[in-house]
Design a binder for this molecule. Structure first.
Ligand SMILES: *[C@@H]1O[C@H](CO)[C@@H](O)[C@H](O)[C@H]1NC(C)=O
Ligand SMILES: *[C@@H]1O[C@H](CO)[C@@H](O)[C@H](O)[C@H]1NC(C)=O
Ligand SMILES: *[C@@H]1O[C@H](CO)[C@@H](O)[C@H](O)[C@H]1NC(C)=O
Length: 318
């Protein structure tokens, strides 16, 4: 009885929690992020964080405040004074790296430039006009993507197209494997058929080396009208999507269906050979020479090799 009551109370609390959360999101207007501007750069690059007042009024004499993650002072401007000219309080992280576009202020443009960005500059920025009537606040999400360097220069983290291999053929279908190596930020992989439907992933493997991700995704496919399959790689944070297609030859699916038959056939063949061999041996022991017997054994192994050939060449076809 008591358990039932607490369960009801829990359900109610959960409902209210969800309701309040959704209301909070609505009033903040940030659920789908239409008013959050997303900016992506590679580390070391300069970036402009955009911000303009709604009516484009002259803001040379106004006050505005750029902050990161709600607290760190990035840049403050107050009627001609600012963090590079008379104001203090700027966070150490941004000292000497941020400036505004003075000639743009009269057009209501409070954009700033951050020079020589670092990965740690990534975060949620606000550009706030607390004294305007009504107040105005703008949200900018900055992502600074890491760049890995080797001797010959810089390699950005976005991976090239994924690699697809035909792993094996089973009775259930053809097992495809999609591999992405050395990607950053962490990519998500998806298999699709030519209608765009997502295919169930069977085996996912993520490993990390040197701050980058290797991801492997397997799926089993069966015959479709096109036999075309797509492996898609997404890196949401940097808005990067790449894909690669594979069109499988019809023959591969014939060999999937016959994979079972083939094995059965092979087994039956071996059995028959054994029986025939035994009979021949028993019946003809006195008549048949040892030399003939050796010859027939060799023939047996040869024929099983050639029978296995179509399957093997099918697997290697990528
Ligand atoms: C504000 O100024 C910056 C720097 O000149 C410029 O890139 C940006 O387009 C301007 N924004 C608007 C809305 O004019
Ligand atoms: C450095 O990166 C380039 C571009 O990805 C690559 O072609 C080259 O092999 C790399 N060199 C070394 C020494 O890793
Ligand atoms: C891969 O296949 C998809 C869906 O069939 C198609 O939209 C896309 O253009 C193809 N891409 C390439 C590179 O052929």
């Amino acid at each position: 009885m008591l358990g039932l009551k607490t369960k009801k109370i829990q359900q109610r609390l959960f409902f209210w929690f969800c309701f309040i959360l959704s209301e909070f999101r609505k009033t903040n207007g940030r659920e789908n992020g239409p008013d959050v501007v997303k900016v992506v750069v590679f580390e070391g690059e300069d970036v402009i964080l955009p911000c303009s007042v709604n009516n484009k009024e002259n803001i040379e004499s106004k006050l505005f405040d750029w902050r990161k993650d709600g607290q760190k002072e990035v840049f403050r401007y107050d009627g001609g004074l600012h963090d590079n000219n008379g104001l203090s309080g700027q966070d150490e992280q941004f000292k000497g790296r941020v400036s505004l576009f003075k000639e743009q202020l009269k057009f209501g443009n409070a954009s700033i430039i951050i020079r020589n960005t670092e990965v740690t500059d990534s975060g949620d920025y606000t550009c706030d006009f607390p004294l305007l009537q009504p107040t105005q606040k703008f949200y900018i999400k900055l992502i600074v993507d890491r760049v890995f360097k080797n001797q010959s220069g810089q390699i950005p983290g976005a991976p090239p197209e994924p690699l697809i291999t035909v792993l094996k053929i089973t009775e259930q279908g053809v097992v495809l494997q999609c591999v992405v190596q050395w990607a950053f930020p962490e990519p998500t992989l998806q298999w699709r058929n030519s209608d765009g439907h997502i295919l169930p992933a069977e085996k996912t493997q993520v490993s990390k080396r040197g701050g980058r991700y290797d991801v492997i995704l397997q799926t089993t496919v069966t015959k479709t009208p096109t036999n075309c399959f797509t492996c898609e790689v997404r890196q949401e944070e940097i808005g990067h999507i790449v894909h690669r297609n594979i069109t499988l030859p019809e023959k591969l699916f014939e060999s999937c269906h016959s994979a079972g038959l083939f094995l059965g056939g092979l087994l039956a063949g071996v059995l028959i050979l054994a029986v025939v061999g035994t009979v021949v041996l028993l019946v003809g022991r006195n008549y048949i020479t040892i030399a003939w017997k050796n010859g027939s054994q060799q023939q047996g192994t040869d024929s099983s090799n050639t029978a296995a050939e179509p399957l093997r060449s099918g697997v290697e076809m990528t």
